[in-house]
Design a protein around this ligand. Structure first.
Ligand code: NDP
Length: 359
């Protein structure tokens, strides 16, 4: 019986997130994506931070009053993973099958999706933003629950590194939720359709794979990582964060107001009279310095757990390397088509793709 409940737990959490996302008040913002057959931009109802906070409160209060143990999600992680897996498949089918094919191959359609955007109740719930909110919230809850398990197991012998890595992954989640609006300007929103990759990816992969470094280390004893080494790992994380957040914010402000100065950086652009590209600040270091930032953040987080010779935690930053290096190539092709000669000028001016002076 307990395992059946464990199986349905992520499904219940996803439903609660959906209800809170739809019912709680939120900010109505205009996005970057243009509605099909129109000049109007899409509108979004954003309240991710509040939704996460309520779920966090439920987790905390249920644990505090002994209704559900703090480490419930850890104890039922395999059943929870199975439940999320099935939900991810059902969601994918539901969001792909009713729509007209866009490619010859059914499997490619299933994987990459058919519709570009799906909104309910005039944008009160946006499928993509709900998916990201669900992934981020479930990841946060998993991280808290997994770490609670470590503390229950080891008490005052618990690892400081595990605690720091959890604080950093929660910071990563909160950072996304606080800047939710900025992500309306990202590749997934304007260039991807909703299929297995996005749907199953956010419901299953995001919360269960991104927590792999905790999954693999919370039942191990404190590796006694020296404080100075932990400080270096935290520094790696924050250098990454500055690169990723800085680049995203600079581009976000530029798209909204091309004149706006960001962190003292006056936008320097190249233009063909029609389109413009930023060529200084974060966008002058490499063409995707934000991807390097994302990889450094993940590396800092997993190193904090204190088991650098264990393969499992490394899978998290390694996955980013594969995802983001491939995505940079795709984005380069897309931008080359969209910007033509202007893109060639940008590539000449900013020649490194991701890692300055290396790649
Ligand atoms: P970017 O934010 O780098 O967006 C790329 C787009 O920005 C291009 O398609 C183009 O769009 C525009 N652009 C590119 N160069 C310039 C320039 N010089 N000046 C002005 N506009 C430019 O990539 P993503 O959307 O992929 O990523 C967004 C963030 O999300 C990143 O920080 C990334 O690391 C992060 N991310 C995180 C993941 C995670 O799992 N944690 C997964 C994937 C991404 P346009 O057509 O508008 O000009």
């Amino acid at each position: 019986m307990e395992n059946i409940v464990g199986f349905f737990t992520p499904i219940l959490i996803c439903a609660i997130i959906f209800a809170l996302n739809a019912l709680l008040p939120g900010r109505w913002v205009t996005g970057y994506v243009i509605k099909p057959n129109s000049a109007e931009k899409m509108r979004y109802h954003l309240n991710g931070f509040t939704v996460f906070f309520i779920l966090f409160l439920i987790w905390f209060l249920f644990g505090y009053f002994d209704i559900v143990p703090f480490d419930y999600l850890y104890n039922h992680r395999w059943y929870g993973l199975a439940g999320a897996f099935i939900l991810g498949i059902v969601f994918t089918m539901g969001v792909v099958l009713p729509y007209a094919p866009v490619r010859k191959s059914f499997l490619t359609d299933l994987f990459l999706g058919r519709i570009e955007n799906l909104q309910l109740w005039g944008g009160r719930v946006d499928a993509k933003m709900w998916l990201y909110l669900t992934g981020a919230t479930m990841l946060g809850l998993n991280a808290l629950s997994f770490t609670a398990h470590h503390y229950i197991l080891f008490g005052d012998q618990a690892s400081t590194g595990i605690l720091i890595s959890t604080v950093l992954i929660i910071y990563f989640v909160l950072d996304y939720l606080i800047f939710e609006e900025v992500h309306l300007y990202t590749y997934d929103l304007f260039a991807e359709r909703i299929g297995f990759k996005l749907g199953w990816g956010c419901i299953v992969f995001y919360p269960y794979f991104y927590s792999i470094f905790l999954w693999a280390t919370v039942d191990l004893p404190d590796p006694q990582t020296p404080v100075w080494l932990l400080a270096i790992y935290v520094l790696i994380f924050f250098v990454g964060w500055i690169l990723a957040r800085g680049a995203n914010m600079q581009k976000y402000f530029f798209k909204r107001n091309p004149e706006r100065v960001f962190l003292g950086i006056v936008p320097e652009v190249i233009t063909d009279g029609n389109k413009t590209l930023l060529v200084n600040g974060f966008w002058g270091i490499s063409r995707h310095i934000n991807y390097l930032g994302e990889i450094l953040m993940a590396t800092g987080i997993i190193l904090c757990t204190g088991y650098p010779t264990l393969i499992w935690p490394w899978l998290y930053p390694l996955y980013y390397v594969v995802l983001l290096f491939l995505r940079q190539r795709d984005d380069d092709k897309r931008c080359s088509l969209k910007y033509g000669e202007l893109w060639k000028t940008y590539v000449k001016k900013v020649s490194y793709r991701i890692i300055p002076y290396i790649y």
